[in-house]
Design a protein around this ligand. Structure first.
Ligand code: C2E
Ligand code: SIN
Ligand code: SIN
Ligand code: FE
Length: 330
């Protein structure tokens, strides 16, 4: 990550000097002495964090904050207000205008260091989450790249998987992990030649043999990581085409020998595959897709999962609508 400075804004040089003294050994600092200078400094230095005085002669701190929050390039920069105004109404104005925290003057060195450290670690965590999300998306798209796809569909089926996991009693955190893992279920399709993946019609026997290798290819790729997310993704990849009655691939596992994660993702995957366009098929209406899920309950799919899916159908349809809209926007 590039080394981004902390921007310290105050019209009173003594206040800036104090902040400098407290923070300079640990952080790179840049300074501004007015609201106008602050906005210029943000554009020039792209700070990781802003310590912002409220009362300034030209543009006050709340206005500076609102201005930054209105621009997509700067809206994510956390702002800590540093001020002698300590009435409650001002705190409310401060948080409303986009401040993440509030420090009263005179500044206590201990509090300033603690708050700065906390907010910078939140910045790092959210940057990490962003790269995590991007990595997941890249692997997901690697799998579907060939069937001419925008990438949003992997998040739609992931949202179904999470909703279904919660509906069958998974804890929220575990269900969220499954939501992150599910987009990678078809990563192994990266190893399938275009001639097979993009074939407009039915696959012949030789082509099916090739297609059926994708769960294991994905597993080989994803299991390289020991991180729980990728371990789960590897499991899902390997088993998402197993069938309840044992007729699936690659292992021919049956019933509860198939990991629950994969039984959940299978329902999400099939519903999504049926209701969206594929190189070999047009999208089906929801009702027809549900018919197929019902017919598959107990043979292909775990009946318990299909029942739960139908129980939360309103939520599923809301998620579908949300992600279909995202897709039409990209
Ligand atoms: P996919 O397109 O992501 O489909 C995932 C799963 O959704 C399929 O797994 C299947 O269980 C279900 N599914 C998709 N379309 C239909 C359908 O029209 N009817 C029914 N009953 N179920 C459907 P499956 O069958 O193991 O296929 C795995 C992957 O193989 C598919 O992923 C797709 O990439 C490819 N594939 C499957 N059939 C064909 C085909 O006829 N032509 C081509 N070119 N590819 C196919
Ligand atoms: C300081 O140098 O400590 C204050 C910074 C400034 O007024 O520019
Ligand atoms: C098919 O051959 O149409 C599907 C193959 C399978 O799921 O075993
Ligand atoms: Fe698959």
């Amino acid at each position: 990550m590039p080394h981004r400075p902390i921007l310290c804004v105050d019209d009173e040089p003594n206040n800036l000097a104090l902040i400098r003294q407290i923070l300079q050994d640990d952080y790179r600092l840049v300074f501004a002495r007015s609201g106008t200078e602050a906005l210029q400094a943000v554009a020039k230095h792209d700070p990781a964090l802003i310590l912002l005085d409220v009362e300034m002669p030209d543009i006050d701190g709340y206005t500076v904050a609102s201005t930054l929050k209105d621009q997509p390039e700067t809206e994510h920069i956390p702002i800590i207000f540093v001020t002698s105004l300590d009435q409650e109404v001002d705190e409310r104005t401060g948080f409303a205008s986009g401040g993440v925290d509030y420090i009263a003057k005179p500044v206590s060195p201990y509090i300033l260091r603690a708050r700065v450290s906390t907010h910078l670690s939140l910045v790092r965590a959210s940057a990490l989450n962003r790269s995590y999300r991007d990595a997941i998306q890249m692997l997901g798209m690697a799998g579907h790249y060939n069937d001419s796809d925008t990438g949003t569909h992997i998040w739609r089926m992931a949202a179904y998987a999470r909703a279904l996991a919660e509906a069958v009693g998974w804890e929220r955190e575990r269900a969220e992990l499954l939501e992150q893992a599910a987009p990678m279920h078809d990563t192994g399709k990266i190893g399938i030649p275009d001639a097979v993946l993009k074939k407009p019609g039915k696959l012949d026997e030789g082509e099916w043999k090739i297609m059926k290798t994708h769960p294991r290819i994905g597993y080989e790729i994803l299991s390289k990581s020991q991180a729980p997310l990728f371990q789960l993704a590897a499991e899902v990849s390997l088993y998402h085409h197993e069938r309840w009655d044992g007729s699936g691939y690659p292992a021919g596992l049956a019933g509860e020998d198939i990991p629950e994660s994969a039984r959940i993702v299978a329902v999400a995957d099939v519903f999504d595959a049926l209701t969206t366009k594929r190189p070999y098929k047009e999208p089906w209406p929801v009702e027809r897709a549900l018919e197929t899920l019902r017919t598959s309950a107990g043979s292909h799919l775990d009946a318990r999962m299909v029942e739960a899916f139908e129980r939360i159908l309103p939520r599923i349809l809301a998620l579908k609508q949300h992600w279909d809209q995202q897709e039409s926007r990209t």
